[in-house]
Design a protein around this ligand. Structure first.
Ligand code: 0RA
Length: 641
């Protein structure tokens, strides 16, 4: 302590940024991709704060061509450059070199836009190999440069400038982050959300790593969350039950923004944010919303004597088809859960419940015809639930008795009676089913042919889904029930493999099946039981050798390899029109045989994205974009999970 060469300056450094470099995880959650992107969010939040306080209306974000450095600019007041009276340093320097010395955070009148740990500029600086802060203020442009959080050149006047604003350019330090590669899609998504959450804010993104034509985007939404909700409802292809959404904005104390609209969709879809950070796993703010919403609706129903006969409304009935966006701004958010995307501040339950309940009840009472449409929708949900419960019980009863007598007639089951090592191939069309049946390994491989197209289950109720013979047969063959009666222990196969043509029709049927499984048997996917077979699209004969190509790229690669080898013989290429025209033996060799085939394991990496993608796809009828893990079945079969 009393060491003489321990100067005041050193103490500042010690109390300053050294701890951040020593334990980066404490400040940004980790040094992986999430932590890396955190630097962007922290920097962005400062500019968003400036905009939220009415001083900035534009933010420009640039991801530079190297993919590893970022510039964020705003047209706010510019960080003050004059000397801080206590430290005799410019405010600009203090903001970037002293932990928590945000300056602006110290003024009580600032609302914070966020930051997972409320740390900000100095943390970004500490973890950057270089950072350049440029400020336009007082008719001039000023610059300050840092390396690993340390000042390398003092405040420099660059020249005269018009207007005001702050620009922060930084390059994360490779000594801290093992891999420095910003993901433009993640950044873009966050910027778009920011433009929805902050009505009127204009956010531009320039991605210098992208081809010129899709390098620049600008997000601006004059109606904020209402615009966001419109987009979500449209993307999901959901039909609203009422025109204008319920809108709540509370700006004093805790800021809460909410928009809600009931639709004919059969599920609830809520996106929530805390300080602009998506809370995919919900948390106390969502709990408060659900509580307040339920109570408001129940009160309305009771006051107006609208209770249905013969069925009691559950909380889920009330929220069926409800689509909404909830955004809260919290001084000191606490996040929880493995992915830190669940809000844990207990006070948020009553804070949100307490405003949602009276505001929504008031709105319902002042929009009677809208409210009646919503109540009708809720009662319909309750009645449909009753109906599908009965239908579901029926299917479960059938499949529970695992007696083979109850299995669907067109299922060619395998002789192996344990699920382990058994595989169910769900095959598109009868003729392909025939080839598969002849070509398979009877002991371990079962074949269930599906005729034509499967019902699009995205917007169908469970009762309706189960009326579809193809899907009901699939559920029976699987033996594990569905919905609330799902029991994975009863699953009759270790792998469920979708075998469809390698063309767009095949893709479509695979998507329909995956949508059904994702919505009604999601645990099959999360347990890694669902796969896509990869039948070849081309057969290439070169002399005595035969090659199979899954797609055009593979075909080209094979042909290129062959011409390199210079055998001279000209290759003969056959394009398969469909699985049906493949000989059973060929189907076995290329697609069924565990030693030689390729399977794609179906995985869900991100619920919200998957949900949205499915909605978009099923709405627009395009091909599936689930994320598949390419797996060479003979090597990786049981290895990974
Ligand atoms: C402290 C005080 C003032 C503005 C700011 C900080 C400020 C910080 C950032 C970070 C990114 N953009 C920013 N814009 C402003 C107030 C200055 C005044 O009163 O003029």
């Amino acid at each position: 302590m009393a060491s003489t060469n321990y100067t005041a300056k050193d103490i500042t450094v010690l109390e300053g940024l050294e701890p951040v470099r020593k334990r980066p995880g404490m400040y940004i959650g980790g040094v992986g991709s999430t932590g890396l992107h955190h630097l962007v969010w922290e920097t962005l939040d400062n500019s968003v704060d400036e905009a939220m306080n009415g001083h900035a209306s534009n933010i420009w974000v640039t991801l530079h061509a190297d993919g590893s450095s970022i510039t964020i600019e705003d047209d706010g007041r510019g960080i003050p450059i004059d000397k801080h009276p206590a430290t005799k340093k410019s405010a600009l320097e203090v903001i970037f070199t002293v932990l928590h010395a945000g300056g602006k955070f110290e003024h009580g009148n600032y609302k914070t836009a966020g930051g997972l740990h409320g740390v900000g500029a100095s943390v970004v600086n500490a973890l950057s190999k270089e950072l350049v802060a440029t400020v336009k203020r007082d008719g001039a442009q000023w610059e300050m440069r840092f390396k690993q959080g340390k000042l390398v050149s003092g405040l420099k006047k660059l020249g005269p400038a018009r207007g005001t604003g702050t620009t922060v350019h930084f390059r994360p330090d490779a000594a801290i982050f093992p891999k420095i590669e910003f993901d433009p899609a993640i950044i873009k998504e966050r910027l778009e959300v920011a433009s929805y959450l902050h009505k009127g804010l204009k956010v531009s993104f320039e991605d210098e790593t992208a081809p010129p034509k899709d390098r620049k985007v600008t997000f601006e939404h004059t109606e904020g969350l209402v615009d966001y909700l419109k987009k979500i409802v449209a993307d999901r292809g959901a039909k609203p039950v009422h025109e204008a959404p319920f809108v709540l904005t509370k700006d004093e104390g805790l800021r809460i923004d909410l928009v809600v609209q009931w639709t004919e969709a059969t599920d609830e879809h809520l996106r929530s944010y805390v300080n602009g950070i998506p809370t995919g796993s919900g948390g106390t703010h969502e709990t408060g919303l659900r509580g307040g919403l339920g109570k408001a609706v129940r009160n309305f129903i009771e006051t107006h004597n609208l209770s249905p006969k013969g069925v009691t409304l559950t909380a889920e009935d009330i929220r069926e088809g409800m689509t909404g966006v909830l955004s809260v701004f919290v001084q000191e958010p606490q996040f929880q859960g493995q992915t830190k995307d669940r809000l844990n501040n207990p006070e948020l339950v009553s804070a949100v419940d307490g405003v949602v309940r009276p505001t929504l009840e008031h709105w319902l009472n002042h929009n009677i015809s809208v409210a009646e449409a919503i109540v009708a929708r809720i009662i319909l949900a309750a009645r449909a639930r009753e109906a599908s419960r009965a239908a579901q019980a029926e299917v479960s009863r059938k499949s529970a008795t695992s007696s083979r007598l109850n299995l669907p007639g067109k299922l060619s089951d395998c002789t192996n009676s344990t699920s382990e090592g058994s595989e169910l191939f769900v095959v598109e069309g009868d003729s392909a089913g025939g080839s598969a049946k002849q070509g398979r390994d009877r002991a371990r491989q079962a074949i269930l042919p599906l005729r034509g197209k499967v019902l699009n289950t995205e917007s169908a109720s469970l009762a309706k889904v189960l009326e579809n013979k193809e899907l009901a047969d699939l559920v029976t063959a699987l033996g594990c029930g569905l919905g609330n009666n799902f029991e994975i222990e009863k699953l009759r196969y270790g792998k469920i493999i979708i075998l469809a043509d390698a063309d767009s029709d095949g893709n479509h049927i695979a998507t329909l099946l995956l949508t059904f499984i994702y919505r009604h048997l999601p645990k099959l996917i999360t347990n890694g039981k669902v796969y896509l077979a990869q039948p070849p699209l081309y057969r290439i004969d070169i002399g005595k050798d035969t090659f199979w190509a899954l797609d055009d790229a593979q075909k080209e690669a094979i042909l290129k390899q062959h011409s390199k080898n210079g055998h001279g013989r000209s290759p003969e290429i056959t394009r398969f029109k469909g699985l049906g025209e493949m000989m059973p033996k060929v189907l076995w060799e290329t697609t069924l045989n565990p030693r030689t085939r390729r399977l794609l394991r179906v995985e869900i990496t991100d619920q919200i994205t998957t949900d949205r993608v499915i909605n978009e796809l099923m709405g627009k009828d395009a091909s599936a974009r689930f994320r598949f893990i390419m797996e060479r079945a003979d090597e990786a079969d049981e290895l990974d999970v």
